[in-house]
Every structure is written in structure tokens, then in C-alpha cells.
Design a protein around this ligand. Structure first.
Ligand SMILES: [Ca+2]
Ligand SMILES: [Ca+2]
Length: 447
């Protein structure tokens, strides 16, 4: 995606497109073309044709599902109006895109600076500050990645951003008061004011949390933040790891017996390396044998690289990393799974990549798969129109993998707003109702 295209919202594009297809040649002021320059319109729409032989002019109208002669005439009339405007001696003033980018960066630097100031001045303790700064750094890296379109931000070990959903099982009955439950989530919420309190008998010495880090990680340090008293503070713990969940196959990673009680500073324990997705953290002793009150657990490491610099479980095809589902879901559910995985439904803009992916499907499930392409329709009844967008927000332009006769359902009464690589079309594209349960392909960037 080019930087110029980022200055346009989807609504802008769809409004412009709608204007183009409905504009009367006698009333060019209906279309607010002054907000765009000619290159932007040509980038974002399906190329407004330069003056060309009449026989070629229908090419730009392929967004229409079933264009009538009348539609094509309107489209051509509108195209000529736009071209005439940009060839006029006084072109409309537009802010250069580079200045837009600089302003955008300056605004973001200001926002980040404001956040950093507050992290430094308001943070309660040094460990809280360092933790939040690392979060901020993570978010800034993503910001830079988005701004520059850099696909390969260097893979780096770091303190992972804890996630309460990592806690899948915990021992004991969590203490509850005033509607607040002191469950294991509280040790993974990134908040040192909340804590895990698994009420249990004294000297149980088997208070555990099973964690699912959602993907395979290389972990080399663990940090605990005790409550800070001399009754409930953890003094001993073990960490075990399993690559599988049903059943778990626990193997010992580290046993620690020198955790300091009576302090609520973060304590780091390292000197191990483990590659796993599931972890069992067990408190084997507290200062006076009562159940632990534990503010936070953190892990240091990075997602494990698989083949071709892809995360484990992903396959490298061309520039992207792709994971093929073993289950079948609706488009929305599949989209959510991919996003939870840190990626998105597959964006297949390149015919060579498409061929590799199709080959892989033929050799495995041999079934239809959702890809990250969806129709956004506007207008209703006979006026229904639609534009296909990829999951990264870009318009479907350039190469397209439609099977002959597809998409078949943009026009009036259409309901096939999602796109599959269809087994019955030899994995060429078909538009299909989004509610169908299909296999799906997730994609992440290289790491
Ligand atoms: Ca907490
Ligand atoms: Ca169809």
C-alpha cells in the first residue's frame, strides 16, 4: 500500500466511487474531486482511464457487477469530467502527501511524549515504570512499522506483555470481596495493585496456575512481584512447560527457593531457556505457609521462529507467513482467530503466492478456505454497488483470482459478501455468504 492511499478513508473512496458511477456530466460539482489529486484517484479507484480508444474504455468499469450501457456511459462521462478538471490551467490546491506524513508523525511524537511524561512522573514504582515503558516501546515499534510499511521489524527478546487470558486453570478458590475476584487473571493483568489470592489451606504448597501463551515462545526469564508482606509472600516456586495441552506433558524448567519476601519490587529469575506454549507455575512455599498473594508474573522471551522466519505453525510462502486451519469457521469467527493470533486472514495479491497456497491446499485438506477479502456494499435494491477490500484496508486492485462468472452476487439481492478459495473452482475465488463454515488461512508478517 502506498503512503498516498493512506490519506483516504474507506468512506472517501466509496463516496468518490459512488460519485463517479452516478455523476451527471452536466453537474461535475456533485463530486468533490478537489480533495484528491489525479494520481490518488487513479491509485484508489480502478484506474480512471486516460483518453484511449473507445474499445478499451470499459476496462475501468469492472467494479460494476453487471454494468448496463447506461452505467458505462455515466462512468465515461464522469471520468472525462475528472480528467478535464486536472488538465485545467488552475489545478485545485492540495497539501503534498509528504507534509501530511510529517504532520502525522509530529502529532504522534507529541502523543508519545505526553504518555512518556506521565509514565515517568506518575508511575508508583521503578518496576512499574520500566514495565510500562517496555509496553510503550512495543507500541511505538508497531507505530513505526505501520508508518513505514516495514514488514521485518527485527525479532527481539523482551518482557512479554502479560495477558489475563493466558490463565487457563488455577488451583484453590479465589478470594472474592465486593464483587472483585482475586483470581489468577490478577497476576497477569499488568497491574501491580491487583493480585492473585487462591484461598486454600495452610501449607498446601501446591498453588498453581496453568498458562497458555497462545503460541510457542522461547522463554529465558521469569519475574515475580510479591504482595510485599511476610505472611503471604512467595518464597519458593517451580516452572514447568508443555508443548501440548491435551494432555499436558509437563517437564521441569526451573525450581527457585530464594524469592525474597517482604518486598513488592519485581524479582527476576533467569538462567534457563525453554521453548513452549503451555506453562505451569507452582508456588511450593510461602513465608508463613498461607496461600500466596501474588501481584504479577512476567515472562521474558520472544515468539519462536519457525521455517523461513515465520512463527511456529506458519509456513513461508513468498514474503508472507501462512497458517492453514484444521477447523472450519464462519468468516467473522475465522477473522477473530487470525487477529487473536496477531495477524489477519490471508491477503493474496500475488498470483505466484496464490498458486503455492492452492498447491498446499490440494495436498492437505483439499477444501475451500476463507481469505481476507470482503465486499463493502452501498446502496440498496437495484442501486446496490460494492467494492472489495483486503483485510489491510486496501482496495482489491491489480491481479484478481476470480473464477469465471465470479463475483456473482454484488448486484441487487446479493448476499455473498465474503471470498473463498473454492474447492469447486480449483481454488480460484468465489464470493460466498459469510456465515458458511469453511477452513481459513491466517497470515502474519515475518518475525
Ligand atoms: Ca496484578
Ligand atoms: Ca459466488
Amino acid at each position: 500500500m502506498t503512503m498516498t492511499s493512506k490519506s483516504l478513508s474507506r468512506k472517501d473512496i466509496m463516496d468518490e466511487y459512488y460519485n463517479l458511477t452516478t455523476l451527471s456530466p452536466e453537474t461535475p460539482e456533485n463530486g468533490d474531486y478537489t480533495a484528491l489529486n489525479k494520481d490518488e484517484i487513479q491509485d484508489e479507484l480502478y484506474e480512471i482511464p486516460e483518453p484511449m480508444p473507445t474499445d478499451d474504455r470499459t476496462e475501468g468499469a469492472d467494479l460494476l457487477a453487471d454494468p448496463s450501457e447506461d452505467d458505462l456511459e455515466k462512468y465515461e462521462g464522469a471520468s472525462q469530467e475528472v480528467i478535464a478538471m486536472y488538465e485545467s490551467p488552475q489545478p485545485p490546491f492540495t497539501l503534498p502527501w509528504k507534509i501530511c506524513v510529517i504532520i502525522f508523525i509530529l502529532i504522534n511524537v507529541g502523543v508519545v511524549g505526553f504518555l512518556v511524561y506521565h509514565v515517568i512522573t506518575i508511575g508508583q514504582e521503578a518496576n512499574v515504570q520500566s514495565y510500562r515503558v517496555s509496553l510503550l516501546q512495543h507500541k511505538m515499534e508497531n507505530l513505526v512499522k505501520n508508518l513505514l510499511g516495514v514488514e521485518n521489524v527485527k525479532r527481539k527478546e523482551n518482557w512479554l506483555e502479560s495477558d489475563p487470558s493466558w490463565a487457563v486453570l488455577a488451583s484453590g478458590t479465589p478470594h472474592a470481596v465486593d464483587g472483585v475476584t482475586f483470581d489468577a487473571d490478577k497476576a497477569l493483568d499488568g497491574d501491580v495493585t491487583t493480585y492473585w489470592d487462591p484461598s486454600d489451606e495452610r501449607y498446601s504448597n501446591d498453588w498453581y496456575i496453568i498458562l497458555d501463551l497462545k503460541s510457542i515462545h522461547d522463554i529465558s526469564k521469569i519475574a515475580l512481584t510479591n504482595f510485599g508482606d511476610t505472611v503471604h509472600d512467595v518464597t519458593d516456586f517451580t516452572l514447568q512447560a508443555s508443548l501440548t495441552s491435551s494432555p499436558y506433558e509437563w517437564r521441569d524448567v526451573v525450581a527457585v527457593s530464594d524469592v525474597q519476601a517482604g518486598t513488592n519490587r519485581s524479582q527476576v529469575f533467569g538462567e534457563f531457556t525453554v521453548t513452549s506454549r503451555y506453562f505451569k507455575f507452582t508456588v511450593t512455599a510461602t513465608q508463613q505457609g498461607w496461600q500466596p498473594w501474588l501481584r504479577e508474573i512476567r515472562f521474558f522471551g520472544a515468539k519462536t521462529a519457525g521455517e523461513g522466519n515465520c512463527e511456529a505453525g506458519y509456513k513461508s510462502f513468498g514474503k508472507g507467513c501462512f497458517r492453514f486451519s484444521v477447523n472450519q469457521l464462519s468468516f467473522e469467527d475465522a477473522r477473530k482467530v487470525c487477529r487473536d493470533d496477531g495477524g489477519h486472514l490471508a491477503i493474496v495479491k500475488d498470483p505466484n503466492n496464490h498458486a503455492r497456497i492452492a498447491d498446499y491446499i490440494r495436498s492437505t485438506t483439499n477444501g475451500s478456505h476463507w481469505i481476507g477479502l470482503q465486499l463493502e456494499s452501498f446502496g440498496a435494491g437495484a442501486d446496490r454497488r460494492g467494492v472489495f477490500f483486503w483485510e489491510d484496508g486496501t482496495l482489491l486492485t491489480g491481479w484478481k483470482g476470480w473464477h469465471e462468472g465470479e463475483p456473482s452476487s454484488i448486484a441487487e439481492g446479493g448476499s455473498e459478501d465474503c471470498v473463498e478459495m473454492a474447492d469447486f473452482h480449483d481454488y480460484e475465488w468465489n464470493d460466498k455468504p459469510c456465515s458458511y463454515a469453511l477452513y481459513y488461512i491466517c497470515q502474519t508478517d515475518n518475525i
